[in-house]
Structure formats: C-alpha cells, structure tokens
Design a protein around this ligand. Structure first.
Ligand code: SF4
Length: 226
C-alpha cells in the first residue's frame, strides 16, 4: 500500500484526465492498494486553498474524475486493479447499513525507538511527551491527557462531523490532525470524502441492480485487504 499526497501544485497544474493517467502508472508498480490524500499544510507552497475558485474547481474535477474511474472498475467487475479502500469501505458500509467511527488512535498506539508511546505517529512532536512504554504503560494511559484527548476525539464530539452528510460512513477523520486544528476536521479531506460519497450514492442508486454481480465480485476480492 502506498499513500499519494496531493498538494496545491498537483491541483493548480491539473488538467482533465490527469488523474486517470497517474493511476494507470501506479497500477503497474506492483502494489495491492493505495490511498490518495490532500496534503495538510499551512505552508503556502503546498496548502490547497479551497477559497481560491480555480483551486476549488480543479480539486472538484480531479476528485470527481477519480471517483468515476474507480466506480467504472466496479461496473466492469475487474478484480486485478489496485485502488483505494475508501471505495470498498464506503460501498460496503452503505450496502450493509453499517457505520464507522473515527480512526483508532488512542485505542491503538505507536512506540518510538526511545520507548515512548503515543496514540499514533501524528501525536509525536517536540511539544508533547509520550508515555514511557514499560510495565506500567497500561495503567498510565488512564492518566495521560494525550491518550484521553485521542480517545475522546471522535465524530460524535466534533461539531462539523455531527452536521455532515458523510458522518456515518466517513473514514477520513484523523484524530491527530483534528486535535491539532482545535477539534476541527481538515476541510480539504472533508470535501474529498463528500465528493466521493456523492458519486458512490449516485452509482449505487443508478447502477447497483444492473451491475450487482460485478460489484460483489470486486468487493469480495478487495475486502480481504480491509
Ligand atoms: S467528511 Fe469531514 S466533517 Fe464529514 S464526517 Fe468526515 S471528517 Fe467529519
């Protein structure tokens, strides 16, 4: 699995059809899946400023073309092309009427080579100290503001998520980023998720019955990686 991070320059230079060209290249490098995420950065060289009309329109075009390309793979029943789990996960949740919570940070953890534990790598910076990873670790979690914040940060405690049409199926909430951003989700990631969700809903409404067997075939093949 690889992660593709898009920044302002990818968006500003984007031309119709580019994303399909990029993905066709990635499909040939021997991976089983990838994730595409908009960069989270306040650095003006990279920040995707969606208040800029040109950037917004190009961003929307790119994500829409991305969704169209992947959803065609479902219609065609192709199981050999790698793509992002955001499609399989979201389609499965809608079909099975299941919802998903936020990421696992706080319930899972990572440990640095210095044996300091954090809710995930996003929480590691110069200003926060992790918990010593020793035999008291499990008890110390209960008193760690870092872990308490991570455990308490979820879609139900975030205003924007509570108001959002994607709240039941969205898997894009990153607790680390959200806490860094004063309990607000990242707008670029949210727009990305919402465009994909809209495309998936239209796809399932119009095409699910017609392509049911092909859709199932792809879901079964890809579900192994979820
Ligand atoms: S798209 Fe954004 S606002 Fe909506 S549920 Fe996901 S993280 Fe929350």
């Amino acid at each position: 699995m690889i992660q593709i991070t898009l920044n302002k320059n990818h968006i500003l230079n984007y031309e119709k059809g580019d994303i399909v060209k990029w993905l066709k290249t990635i499909e040939n490098i021997g991976i089983d899946s990838y994730e595409i995420v908009p960069v989270t950065s306040s650095d003006n060289r990279y920040h995707i400023d969606l208040s800029d009309k040109e950037i917004y329109e190009k961003f929307e075009l790119m994500v829409s073309e991305y969704a169209d390309y992947i959803l065609q793979i479902f219609r065609d029943g192709i199981t050999t092309i790698p793509f992002s789990n955001i499609f399989t996960g979201t389609i499965l949740r809608i079909i099975k009427r299941e919802s998903t919570d936020s990421c696992n940070a706080g319930f899972s953890f990572c440990v640095t080579p210095e044996l300091k534990a954090y809710p995930c790598h996003m929480f590691i910076d110069d200003n926060t100290d992790g918990i010593k990873f020793d035999c008291n670790f499990r008890n110390n979690i209960k008193n760690s503001p870092l872990f308490i914040d991570a455990i308490n940060c979820n879609k139900s405690t975030i205003y924007e998520c509570n108001e959002c049409e994607a709240k039941h199926v969205c898997s894009y909430l990153c607790k680390g980023m959200c806490l860094d951003n004063n309990y607000s989700p990242n707008y670029e990631r949210c727009l990305f998720m919402k465009i994909i969700l809209k495309k998936i809903i239209i796809f399932l409404t119009n095409d699910y019955n017609k392509y049911k067997e092909n859709i199932k075939k792809v879901l079964i093949a890809k579900n192994v990686n979820l």
